[in-house]
Design a protein around this ligand. Structure first.
Ligand code: CA
Length: 239
């Protein structure tokens, strides 16, 4: 079955380019040219994915995304942002966007992100989860809260976004550069030390022994990965 994508973008040229390209890739495409119209369509019709520009007339992309999530619409949202809107990207992820892409972008990159989001949606083993549990820690993505032994842990917006990203890519080795790009939205940061510092903070807050992390693991020479969920050890074994 053809997958349906809604494009909400006020720049006419880009809207046309995107729709033409996505149609030629076999998607069924619907478009809206401002936020109010986008919200209207997305809340009434079924789509497999929404490409949502951040800066829109009538209703901003952030408001559209937030209101859709509040309504319980879980359609994956790929947000389009300008370079200067780095802060908004993080806000976007916090309020329920699934991914973002910085303008100007390569069409192949957009297609890859769309495919990845649709695949994630299709894989029953990894649904777009709204809650995660590891050890004594529970993470509620909707309310952006983390709990350890059911006590609330205070995380900064960046720490939360990083944690969520790690959890969503559980078991994958993630380079520092990739994390910087995905979580911070920078391609040319002076140092990847930022990532290390935030990882250290997360470990401090969430790991039982931050010096011997069980969940947020270091992959030497590359970056980090979140440990795969293991079955609880069989208590008979090794006795
Ligand atoms: Ca715009």
């Amino acid at each position: 079955m053809q997958q349906r994508i809604l494009i909400v973008e006020d720049e006419q040229g880009l809207r046309l380019t995107l729709s033409d390209r996505l149609r030629s890739e076999g998607y069924e495409v619907d478009t809206a040219s401002d936020g109010a119209e986008g919200y209207e369509r997305a809340s009434k019709l079924l789509f497999d994915l929404i490409v949502l520009d951040l800066m829109l007339p009538e209703k901003s992309g952030l408001d559209v995304c937030r209101d859709l999530r509040r309504m319980g619409v879980t359609t994956p949202v790929l947000m389009l942002t300008a370079l200067s809107q780095t802060h908004d990207k993080v806000v976007g992820l916090k309020i329920g966007a699934d991914d973002y892409l910085t303008k100007p972008f390569e069409m192949v990159e957009l297609l890859a992100r769309i495919e990845a989001l649709l695949r994630r949606q299709d894989t029953p083993s990894r649904p777009p989860s709204s809650a995660y549990q590891f050890g004594a820690v529970r993470v509620d993505v909707r309310s952006t809260q983390a709990y350890r032994d059911e006590k609330e842990v205070t995380l900064s917006a960046k720490e939360f976004t990083l944690l969520r990203y790690l959890l969503e890519h559980r078991g994958e080795t993630l380079s520092r550069e990739k994390l910087l790009h995905e979580v911070w939205g920078y391609d040319n940061m002076p140092s990847t030390r930022t990532v290390d510092v935030h990882v250290a903070w997360l470990r401090q807050k969430l790991e039982e022994d931050p010096k011997k992390p069980r969940w947020i693991l270091t992959v030497h020479g590359i970056g980090y990965k979140f440990a795969e969920q293991k079955e609880p050890a069989d208590p008979i074994m090794g006795v």
